[in-house]
Design a protein around this ligand. Structure first.
Ligand code: GAR
Length: 203
């Protein structure tokens, strides 16, 4: 079977896209091929990262296409046109409809900046997650890669890595540590794991 065609969906800075791209370039994702970046925010830095990497970036701006259903439909059409086999949500800040989720069941994965099922679900995204972690006083947090299902942040877990919460951490400092020590490590590995399974389902 051909390599799995990967689309990475992002809304912002795209450091996770960068980590996945770097791993792919280094030959660490041999079962996949990154062919597309999708962004829902015009001006997001991930578009510049994609340009530098030579990967086409399709923008479906939230302000230009405010209707979520219409935006989703356009994104889905785009993914189909590019014959995408794995959708990778890397900081994509829109909760998706069941219709979208069904179309890529078992072929869509997401990264969440905490140890799910803690600190997940609606309202838990980006810095808000780290604020909640600090507020709760837990000593360990981390990151989770999971399959995307209709229930937000509740799909089967593929990989997790724990990170220490330090005394006096700000949400920003904690976010950086979680990215560096967990997200950028487990996400590229999980992408390869899923690509390999999709490509050779019986191994
Ligand atoms: C990452 O920390 C990712 O885990 C988080 O957004 C950030 C995106 O950063 N995702 C969520 O909170 C999803 N609920 P990036 O654009 O630099 O990869």
């Amino acid at each position: 079977m051909e390599k799995v065609r990967i689309a990475v969906l992002c809304s912002g800075g795209g450091t996770n896209f960068q980590a996945i791209y770097n791993a792919w370039e280094a030959g660490l994702i041999p079962d996949g091929e990154i062919v597309l970046v999708v962004c829902d925010h015009a001006g997001a830095f991930v578009a510049e990262r994609a340009r530098r990497a030579g990967i086409p970036c399709a923008v479906f701006d939230r302000k230009e296409i405010p209707d979520r259903t219409m935006r989703e439909r356009e994104i889905l059409d785009c993914l189909k046109r590019h014959d995408i086999g794995l959708v990778v949500f890397a900081g994509f800040m829109t909760i998706l409809s069941e219709n979208f989720v069904k179309a890529y069941e078992g072929r869509a994965i997401n990264i969440h900046p905490a140890l799910l099922p803690s600190f997940g679900g609606k309202g838990y995204y980006g810095l808000h997650v780290h604020e909640a972690v600090i507020r709760a006083g837990v000593k360990v947090t981390g990151a989770t890669v999971h399959f995307v299902t209709a229930e937000c942040d509740a799909g089967p877990i593929i990989a997790q890595k724990a990170v220490e919460v330090k005394e006096g951490d700000t949400p920003e400092a904690l976010q950086k540590r979680v990215m560096r020590e967990a997200e950028w490590v487990i996400f590229p590995e999980a992408v390869e794991t899923v690509c390999r399974q999709l490509r050779q389902p019986n191994t």
